[in-house]
Design a protein around this ligand. Sequence first.
Ligand SMILES: [Zn+2]
Length: 185
Amino acid sequence: MMFAVMQNTGLRPLEQVQEQASSIASRGSRPASLWWTCADDVWDSALESITPERSAIRLSTPRLKGPEAIVQVQEALDYSVQDIGVQHLVLCGHSRCSGLHSAPKTASNSDAHVNPLVRGVMRREKENRDAQSALLQNLRLIADCSTVANAVAAGTLTLHAIFYLAESGVFLRFDEVGSKFVSFD
Ligand SMILES: [Zn+2]
C-alpha cells in the first residue's frame, strides 16, 4: 500500500501526519510529500495512480474551503514542513466534491430556456470552475503561512495544486506560468 493511512480515520490532521510519518520511518524511508485531500473516498484509489513515491503522506479533512479549512491543517503543515521536511505540498481537489458544498444548488431563471442536457453540462462546468478556484484560494493562503513561505523561499519546498475529474479519471495540474489547470504531459 502506497499510503500508510488510506481511509478517513477520524484522526486530527497533526495525528494523521505523525502516524503516517512514523509508519514510513519504520520502513526505513522518510516522507517526501504531503497530499492534502478532502475526506471523500474518491481519493483512496485516485492517489495510488498519481503518487510517484512510496513515502507520501495523505492528510484528509472534511472541509476544504475557506480560511477555517487552513486553520485546521496549520499545525499539520508546520509539522510536515519544519519537523519532517517534506519537499512537496500537493493540494488536491476534484469534481463533485462534498467538501466544497456551501449552498444548495438552485436553477437560475435565465437558464430555463436551455436544453436540460446542456444545462447539466453547464452546471457541472461551473461547479468545476468553482472547485478549482477554491483550490487556488487555499494554495494562496497556504503560500502565505510563514513556515511554508520560508521553505519555498529557501528552495526546499514546492507547492502544487491538482484537480481530479472523477467522471473521466483525468488529472489536471495547475500551471503557474499559464495560470490555468492543464493536463499532465
Ligand atoms: Zn471531495
